[in-house]
Design a protein around this ligand. Structure first.
Ligand code: GLA
Length: 413
């Protein structure tokens, strides 16, 4: 090749190289503004952390109690129950936890007289219904089926109560304004009601109800009755101070063999002597088995003095005992109060279990009055064992307390 030709080729090559470098420069600068070059993922184990680099939040140590449940922990002691509104047991997000933890349930409202008495049918059916009130209990069907499938026994609450019992039930024409019926007629209505409820439950759900609250909250000293009976009650007003004797007599008459009959009340520690006085003739007649202590508490209540000692007095007097409506309120959810509440639950379950083992309390169930805080009648006091978050139950420190978790202190402050 001639020298000129070689020089020309070399020049052309240099020129081509410069053009392509310029083009590449221009391209890079415009791209870098739009899409930043991705940082390549570091795959090499170059970042093995030294001890000081360990993340600040350590993985929590698994709590062995998370593999256990309330009914398992107390399997040798007593049943653990829960009060539930109608729809809760059929909620698939809750059912498994309920069934795992509880082996007794109480309907929160659905088996109270105002839910069972059928006013329209009572009115329409007169005069036949005059002493035979009409009832309907079909609404509990779904929950009763699920309870049975899951081995959850039912404590029936409550046949007679001064509240949640419509005033029309006590009148001649089953209207709220009607004249009150006589004592005799009301006793017939009472017997018919108790008979129908018990027969319905046994026919449709044989063996599922293991105890009845026959009467709720009939004693309230200070209203003028010499024995401390609650006077402001239509049962007291229309039938008289002995209405409980009849209620238990009828209940015994129609209750299936082996089903326990309870009197249930709040603040029992304040009225032990009145309760025992009023119930004595019923006990003597063999018509009552137990006393239900509601136990709507706060962290200021004394488990030792108010719960345990009271239950021991009832046992010594010849009654079975149940804690039927336990909840323990706190003023706010400060860390300190959350811990005090957990302690109170732990102490209560511990002392009752120990007294049962020692034979000083004859108890066969502790029922928590509700499942999670937001659904409690005392929601503003956060009194229960669970929260409900993100569609599921979350255990509180109170649950761990009730489970006898050693990280919860077992002392009463
Ligand atoms: C009383 C009743 C329960 C319930 C609570 C409040 O304790 O016995 O049935 O109504 O009040 O929820």
């Amino acid at each position: 090749m001639r020298r000129n030709t070689r020089t020309a080729i070399a020049l052309i090559a240099i020129l081509a190289l410069m053009v392509s470098m310029l083009a590449a420069c221009g391209k890079n600068s415009s791209d870098s503004a739009a899409t930043p070059t991705p940082t390549p993922a570091v795959l090499e184990p170059t970042a093995t952390p030294t001890p000081t680099e360990v993340p600040a939040t350590p993985t929590p140590t698994p709590n062995p109690l998370d593999d256990m449940t309330l009914k398992q922990v107390y399997a040798d002691d007593f049943k653990v129950g829960v009060a539930l509104p109608l729809n809760m047991l059929s909620n698939p997000n809750l059912q498994a936890d309920i069934a795992a933890n509880f082996n007794s349930m109480t309907f929160e409202n659905e088996t109270k007289p105002d839910a069972i008495l059928n006013r329209d049918a009572c009115v329409k059916g007169l005069p036949e219904t005059y002493t035979e009130p009409v009832i309907h209990i079909e609404h509990i069907e779904g929950s009763m089926r699920i309870a049975k499938e899951n081995g959850i026994a039912v404590r029936f609450h409550t046949l007679l109560w001064y509240q949640q019992t419509p005033s029309w039930f006590f009148t001649e024409d089953y209207t709220a304004k009607g004249a009150k019926v006589s004592r005799e007629v009301m006793l017939k209505r009472m017997e018919s009601y108790i008979k129908q409820v018990m027969e319905y439950m046994e026919e449709h759900y044989p063996g599922q109800v293991y105890c009845y609250d026959v009467v709720n909250e009939a004693i309230n000293p200070g209203e003028g009755d010499p024995n401390g009976m609650r006077v402001k009650s239509l049962w007291y007003e229309v039938v008289g101070p002995d209405f409980m004797n009849y209620a238990f007599e009828y209940a015994r008459k129609y209750a299936p063999e082996g089903v326990d009959l309870y009197y249930n009340d709040y603040n029992c520690y304040d009225k032990v002597s009145q309760i025992l006085t009023v119930l004595q003739p019923i006990l003597d007649a063999g018509n009552i088995d137990g006393i239900g202590m509601q136990c709507h508490l706060t962290i200021s209540n004394s488990v030792e003095r108010q719960v345990k000692k009271t239950a021991e007095k009832f046992t010594a007097a010849g009654y079975k005992v149940q804690i039927t409506e336990l909840d323990i309120g706190i003023e706010d959810e400060s860390d300190a109060n959350i811990e005090l509440q957990a302690m109170k639950y732990r102490v209560l379950f511990k002392k009752i279990r120990e007294a049962k083992a020692a034979g000083t309390i004859d108890i066969d169930c502790i029922t928590i009055w509700g499942l999670y805080d937001a659904a409690s009648w005392r929601a503003d006091e956060y009194p229960l064992l669970y929260k409900y978050k993100g569609g599921k139950l979350v255990k509180k420190r109170a649950w761990y307390g009730a489970m006898q978790d050693p990280t919860v202190k077992a002392i009463e402050l």
